[in-house]
Write a protein that binds this ligand. Structure first.
Ligand code: NBP
Length: 476
């Protein structure tokens, strides 16, 4: 018998995805550049289902039923191109290659165009949930031709996570749409993690131990903040160092790394002109954490408060932090969804924003109770300009904003860096302000560069002789 599907790349993600498929009674052809990895999978998990291992890529391709569905789970970038180049001469018309790696959506657009021209389907699918998700049910964001989704979709929906019976997998749109949505998922993940870190530092600032912080996060996880990242925060903070017995968090170096998806989210936002300052601050916070020279010099020369947070009522402050965290989280999601909406229009993908929220409710790293509310908001109004303006969210933002302001003030006063708390509050205030300081910017631009300004009481563009006779000229 031939395999229903093939998986290339037997590192952690590919092998777990292959096992997930096999657990759902699919016969899975498996291949890896280095055969030892394929052998390891078969030796350790071969009895979990029906696998067809191949050492040679030709045998692998021939072991799959046509039209073939082949999932790539190899390193993003050049390795993905190299694997595609090896596969293409072996395929038959109508076969589908799905790239499940964290590829840049621009690469996916390029690959889809080239591969479609050769008569094959190319699907770029974002997969989130880490290694456990790949094994037990990830959130899957596929983009490509609708015909290929007819074939691949049912298999992907079967192995995906489910939220109250709904699969966490849906077609996002043509070519790069799936990887674009996955990129934004990761951008939101960055800000979610950073703002949790800021809350943690403030809790430590008022004197809570790591264990007490863990209890606070566990408690928060029972309410509106219920999410995977809050849940694992409470677990992480309780972990002891097997070497010293100290809290592990205190012996982990305070420098965060990144692989690129957060940076792409911000670069793309800049290109699209979408303000995503919460996500950007989270990316910059990781960069600053790893900027050893800067931090060493600044520690030596820059004095200031030491991060101790003094408050009259600690319990009330902790509650303020919870509310601030919720508000900042909503703004980060609002920014991410704004980017999805704008990108969807710019690239003609017609992305259904509610569907993106729907498939993030389970399986993925940013799964959170809030996502059901977001799905509902975009279902009720698919043209919603901003999540912040959804009635189900705005009232609570308004109710929580005093707490949010107190937290940002307290952080600044105490020397606790809170870039995402502050940036998202500034975004909120700027969005709702009747008038912002852009008039002064525009006036200065006209002063030094004759860039013109618009008037509140007239149409068109104008320039004034700032230093001459102060006469105003209409430019168009
Ligand atoms: P890695 O990203 O570490 O990639 C290792 C795999 O790529 C191995 O199978 C390796 O084969 C193969 N490979 C490389 Br490297 N260069 C190759 C080449 N030139 N030709 C053919 N194969 C090549 O694996 P991973 O962590 O399992 O991730 C797989 C994909 O899934 C990545 O794109 C990743 O970004 C994405 N992803 C990962 C996670 C996660 O939590 N890890 C989550 C979501 C998405 P070899 O064995 O012969 O070296």
């Amino acid at each position: 018998t031939k395999a229903n599907i093939g998986v290339v790349g037997m590192a952690v993600m590919g092998s777990n995805l292959a096992r997930n498929l096999a657990h759902h009674d699919y016969t899975v052809a498996v291949f890896n550049r280095t055969y030892a990895r394929t052998q390891k999978l078969i030796a350790e998990h071969g009895n979990e289902g029906s696998f067809i291992p191949s050492e040679k890529i030709e045998d692998f391709v021939n072991s799959i039923a046509t039209p073939r569905s082949i999932i790539l789970m190899v390193k993003a970038g050049a390795p993905t191109d190299a694997t595609i180049d090896e596969l293409l001469p072996l395929l038959s018309p109508g076969d589908i290659i799905m790239d499940g790696g964290n590829s840049y959506f621009g690469d996916t657009i390029r690959r889809e165009k080239a591969i479609a021209a050769k008569g094959f389907h190319f699907v770029g699918a974002g997969i989130s949930g880490g290694e456990t998700g790949a094994l037990e049910g990830p959130s899957i964001m596929p983009g490509g031709s609708p015909e290929s989704y007819k074939i691949l979709g049912p298999m992907l929906e079967t192995i995906s996570a489910h939220y109250h019976g709904d699969p966490c997998c849906a077609w996002m749109g043509p070519n790069g749409a799936g990887h674009f949505v996955k990129m934004i998922h990761n951008g939101i993940e960055y800000s979610d993690m950073q703002v949790i870190g800021e809350a943690y530092e403030l809790l430590r600032g008022v004197g809570l131990t790591n264990a007490e912080c863990a209890d606070v996060f566990a408690e928060w996880n029972k309410g509106d903040l219920d999410s995977y990242l809050i849940e694992i925060t409470s677990i992480v903070l309780r972990q002891k160092d097997p070497r010293t017995g100290a809290d592990l968090i205190d012996v982990i170096k305070d420098r965060a790394q990144m692989k690129g998806t957060g940076t792409w989210t911000v670069q793309t936002a800049l290109e699209l002109g979408v303000p995503t300052n919460g996500i950007a601050e989270a990316v910059f916070a990781r960069a600053e954490s790893s900027h050893d020279d800067l931090r060493a010099a600044a520690r030596k020369y820059l004095a200031g408060p030491d991060g101790t947070v003094s408050v009259d009522d600690r319990t009330a402050f902790i509650e303020d932090v919870r509310k601030a965290l919720w508000c900042s989280k909503v703004v980060s999601y609002a920014q991410g969804f704004d980017e999805i909406r704008t990108g969807g229009q710019e690239y003609d993908w017609n992305i259904n924003v509610a569907e993106a929220a729907k498939i993030w409710r389970a399986g993925c790293i940013i799964r959170a109770k809030l996502l059901e509310r977001i799905r509902q908001a975009y279902t009720d109004d698919p043209d919603l300009v901003s999540l912040m303006a959804a009635s189900s969210v705005s009232a609570e933002m308004e109710a929580n904003q005093s707490a949010w302001r107190r937290v940002v003030s307290k952080a600044a006063e105490s020397g606790v860096p809170a870039p995402v708390f502050s940036a998202t509050l500034a975004y909120y205030d700027m969005a709702r302000a009747p008038r912002v300081n852009a008039a002064l910017t525009q006036a200065m631009r006209d002063y030094f560069g004759s860039h013109t300004y618009e008037r509140v009481d007239d149409h068109g563009h104008f320039h004034i002789e700032w230093t001459g006779d102060h006469s105003e000229t209409r430019i168009d």
